[in-house]
Ligand binder design. Structure first.
Ligand SMILES: Nc1ncnc2c1ncn2[C@@H]1O[C@H](COP(=O)(O)OP(=O)(O)OP(=O)(O)O)[C@@H](O)[C@H]1O
Ligand SMILES: [Mg+2]
Length: 464
């Protein structure tokens, strides 16, 4: 579902070649057109995932080409290329269906960033389509395996509260399924056709989070070169998931309280009051009551968020679900890896059921994925899970997730060293790695996002 075929439309030969080369080097399939007519002919004939479109061209102007592309091929994403002085027109074009704009001259990194954002959005659309594809939520919840009575009660509770607008606070250790619950609430409510928007409060610095949540006006602060619509506005009539809510600063806590109470706010640097209708689901893996006692979390905000509390039990308190989850992920990853799901002997399963799973369902998922990828020829056996038991015995729970990620680390090193060998040529690297360029790009985007995230986390902990 990510971007593969790209059309570059620019009357300027140098500009056209520069962008086409940048994209080709990064493994995209690129065609170029020197005017609107040629562009429209290509779009009708070949269909493209993405079009980079110059605004100012002789003959049919960019705006008209944009409108026609949107009629011929509504799924095609259009990014406008514009000079600094014509940003206003670009903003106008976004109202007509352009996805984004990029100011000339731009660097290859900026191009990749735009594409990464498009891919992220496409992924979200696919996910949302899946959840909406059949409004029978019970069927969807079947992918949430459980035999546990407490979990059943939670699902019943979700069905009951989904229709209301009450804020929900989902608490639970990392990997217990808090986000899954948030999605279930949204897609079981009458809001299911409206957006489900997520913000990870721990991943952004205070200024960035403020502008992500509430948006900003042009010139609100240095670097705010254009208006930015925040996630509250994007989530209008839908649901906003505030992940890791304990991490927000006192300033943002105060702003959030006002939005929850009055359902209105102003963009950063703006005067206009914006009314919204958003359902809030917040998650935390910290004890907010403790945070209140420490003075780091506002009590009034806590009560606003905690209208309906949902506490997810850790996996070790619902061990009867472990075989269900193990078998589910065995099947899933075997299918994905084109192998036949290997049976698991009872001894191994017993051990997995005894293990204390500090990383909960996410850890279980990673461990099973690793076992399947290692593809032991004789089915899954106990020795494959040795690491787990070493930690289990010594109760060194911390190391486990790192272990679960070891494969990813090895893969990442291999990818970067191959890219070094090919001087950054992604097409060549993908060939050597025997994966598609799309897979390679997706992996690189994932590493990038993770790096950005950990960098921001570090910044946050420094600020504290
Ligand atoms: N009951 C379940 N059945 C199947 N898969 C589950 C279940 N609970 C969680 N998962 C899977 O486990 C992973 C972690 O779930 P999720 O992201 O919802 O956890 P979380 O509590 O939000 O974790 P974190 O605190 O780290 O953000 C996801 O891949 C999710 O699909
Ligand atoms: Mg989560």
């Amino acid at each position: 579902m990510s971007v593969e075929k790209v059309l570059v439309v620019d009357d300027d030969l140098l500009g056209r070649e520069y962008l086409s080369e940048t994209l080709t080097r990064n493994g995209y399939e690129v065609t170029s057109a020197c005017d609107g007519l040629q562009a429209l002919a290509s779009v009708s004939k070949d269909g493209y995932d993405l079009v980079f479109l110059d605004m100012k061209m002789p003959g049919i102007c960019g705006m008209e080409v944009l409108e026609k592309i949107k009629t011929i091929s509504p799924e095609t994403v259009v990014v406008l290329m514009t000079a600094y002085g014509t940003i206003e027109t670009a903003v106008e074009a976004m109202k007509k269906g352009a996805y984004d704009y990029i100011i000339k001259p731009f660097s290859p990194d900026q191009v990749e960033l735009v594409i990464a954002r498009i891919n992220e959005r496409q992924q979200l659309i696919v996910e949302n389509k899946y959840w909406r594809s059949n409004s029978n939520i019970d069927e969807k919840m079947n992918s949430v395996f459980t035999k546990n009575s407490k979990m059943f009660q939670i699902y019943e509770q979700i069905k009951k509260i989904a229709q209301s607008k009450a804020s929900v606070l989902v608490q639970g250790e990392s990997g217990t399924g808090k986000e899954l619950v948030a999605r279930a609430i949204h897609f079981h409510s009458h809001r299911y056709e409206r957006p489900f928007i997520r913000v990870n409060c721990a991943a952004l610095t205070e200024t960035l989070l403020e502008s992500e949540l509430f948006g900003h006006e042009r010139g609100a602060y240095t670097g705010a070169i254009s208006k930015h619509v925040g996630r509250f506005e994007l989530a209008n009539e839908g649901t906003l998931l505030l992940d890791e809510i304990s991490e927000i600063s006192p300033n943002i806590q105060a702003k959030l309280l006002r939005v929850l109470e009055e359902e209105e706010f102003e963009r950063v640097g703006g005067e206009k009051t914006i009314k919204i209708d958003v359902r809030i689901v917040a998650t935390t893996n910290r004890d907010l009551v403790e945070e209140i006692q420490k003075g780091t979390f506002r009590e009034d905000l806590y009560y606003r968020l905690n209208v309906v509390p949902i506490c997810l039990p850790p996996l070790r308190e619902r061990r009867e679900d472990i075989p269900l989850l193990v078998n589910y992920y065995l099947k899933k990853y075997s299918l994905e890896n084109n192998t036949i799901a290997k049976s698991m002997d009872t001894e191994t399963m017993d051990y997995l059921c005894q293990y204390h799973w500090p990383g909960n369902v996410r850890e279980l998922k990673n461990v099973i994925q690793r076992a399947v990828v290692m593809n032991f020829p004789n089915g899954l056996q106990l020795e494959q899970f040795n690491d787990l038991f070493i930690h289990h015995d010594t109760k060194k729970s911390e190391g486990l997730l790192t272990d679960g990620k070891a494969i990813e680390d090895v893969e990442r090193d291999l990818i970067y060293s191959t890219l070094e060998k090919t001087n950054g040529n992604k097409t060549r690297a993908a060939e050597l790695l025997k994966i598609t360029t799309r897979t390679l790009r997706n992996k690189l985007n994932k590493y990038d996002a993770a790096d950005r995230c950990s960098h921001q986390r570090e910044t946050i902990s420094c600020v504290k």
